[in-house]
Design a protein around this ligand. Structure first.
Ligand SMILES: Nc1nc2c(ncn2[C@@H]2O[C@H](COP(=O)(O)OP(=O)(O)OP(=O)(O)O)[C@@H](O)[C@H]2O)c(=O)[nH]1
Length: 286
C-alpha cells in the first residue's frame, strides 16, 4: 500500500478541481452521545438518499449501531493492545489509535475511492478527547483529513450534565483547546435536548451577565477562577456555531446540517488558504 504525501501543487478540498464532501468529525466526552448522534445523522442522510461514508475510530465501542465503511476494530484489538503493552483501558484505547494512525494514509486512499459518490464523511471517535488536545494521533487524523476535505469538528455535549456553571465551563475549556489545536471550523452540538433544552447554554454564551449571575450561586473555590476564565471564553465563543439536537428524537438535525454547510463554506474561505500555505511550507522544507 502506498504512502501518499500531498504534492505542493495539490489544493485542499478541491484535489483535481473536484468538490470534496465535508468530513464531520464527532468529538466529545464519554457518554455525551457521539455514537447515537452518528447513528442519527447517518440515518438522516440515508433517508435523504445522500448516503455518507462512515469511519469508526473508537476501538472500544461494543456495539456499533450503524455500518462503518472503515472500522478501527478490524485492524486493532484494543484488549490485546492492553495486554501486550500492560496498559489500562484508557492507555489501551490511545495506543490502539496511535497504532492505527500509522496507517492513516490507507484510510485516506479508501475514502478517496468513494469521495465522488458520498455526501459526507462521518467519523466517530473515542470519548478520550485528550486524543485531540495533545496526542499525536489526533493531529495526524485532523491534519490529514483537513488537507483534502472540508473538515468540521462536531463537539458533542451532554446538555443535561452541563447545567452547572462549573461543568459548563470545564466542557467549554476542553472545546476551546480542541478548537485552537485543530484550527478547524467548529460546531458545538448540545445533545440530549429531549431531556434539557440548551437555551441556558446559549444565554450564558451570549449574555455575559447571565453567566456571572449563575456563577454567583456557586460557592466553591472554583468560582473566582471561573469568573476570570469566562472573560477569556468570550472571544472563543465568537468562533463557534451552536446547535441543539436530540440524537434520540432527531430534533435539530436539520439545523446541524445547515451549520455544517456554513462551516464548509468557512473552511474554503478562511481555513483552506492557511492549510495550503502550511502544506507548501512542509513540502518545501522536507
Ligand atoms: N435522552 C437522550 N439520551 C441520549 C441521547 N443521545 C445519546 N443518549 C444516551 O446517552 C448514552 C451514551 O450514548 P453514546 O452514543 O453511547 O455516547 P458516546 O459519546 O458514544 O459514548 P462513548 O463511546 O463512551 O464515548 C446512551 O445511553 C444513549 O442512549 C439523546 O439525544 N437523548
Amino acid at each position: 500500500m502506498s504512502t501518499s504525501k500531498p504534492s505542493p501543487t495539490e489544493t485542499p478540498a478541491s484535489t483535481n478541481g473536484k468538490k470534496q464532501p465535508p468530513v464531520i468529525l464527532c468529538i466529545g466526552m464519554a457518554g455525551s452521545g457521539k455514537t447515537t448522534f452518528m447513528q442519527r445523522i447517518n440515518a438522516h442522510l440515508h433517508a435523504k438518499k445522500t448516503p455518507p461514508y462512515v469511519v469508526n475510530l473508537d476501538p472500544a465501542v461494543g456495539n456499533l449501531p450503524f455500518t462503518a465503511n472503515i472500522d478501527v476494530r478490524d485492524t486493532v484489538n484494543y484488549k490485546e493492545v492492553m495486554k501486550q503493552y500492560n496498559l489500562g483501558p484508557n492507555g489501551g484505547i490511545l495506543t490502539s489509535l496511535n497504532l492505527f494512525t500509522t496507517k492513516f494514509d490507507q484510510v485516506l486512499d479508501l475514502i478517496a475511492k468513494r469521495a465522488d459518490s458520498v455526501s459526507h464523511i462521518l467519523v466517530d471517535t473515542p470519548g478520550q478527547i485528550e486524543i485531540f488536545t495533545w496526542s499525536a494521533s489526533g493531529s495526524i487524523i485532523t491534519d490529514t483529513l483537513a488537507s483534502t476535505y472540508p473538515t468540521v469538528i462536531a463537539y458533542i455535549i451532554d446538555t443535561p450534565r452541563t447545567t452547572a456553571p462549573a461543568t459548563f465551563m470545564s466542557n467549554m475549556l476542553y472545546a476551546c483547546s480542541i478548537l485552537y489545536k485543530t484550527k478547524l471550523p467548529f460546531i458545538l452540538v448540545f445533545n440530549k435536548t429531549d431531556v434539557v433544552s440548551h437555551e441556558f447554554a446559549v444565554e450564558w454564551m451570549t449574555d455575559f451577565e447571565k453567566f456571572q449571575e449563575a456563577l454567583s450561586h456557586d460557592t466553591t473555590y472554583m468560582s473566582s477562577l471561573m469568573n476570570s476564565m469566562s472573560l477569556v471564553l468570550d472571544e472563543f465563543y465568537s468562533h463557534l456555531k451552536v446547535v441543539g439536537v436530540s440524537a434520540v428524537t432527531g430534533n435539530g438535525v436539520e439545523d446541524f446540517f445547515a451549520a455544517v454547510d456554513e462551516a464548509a463554506v468557512e473552511y474554503e474561505r478562511d481555513y483552506k488558504p492557511e492549510i495550503e500555505r502550511m502544506i507548501k511550507e512542509k513540502v518545501y522544507n522536507s
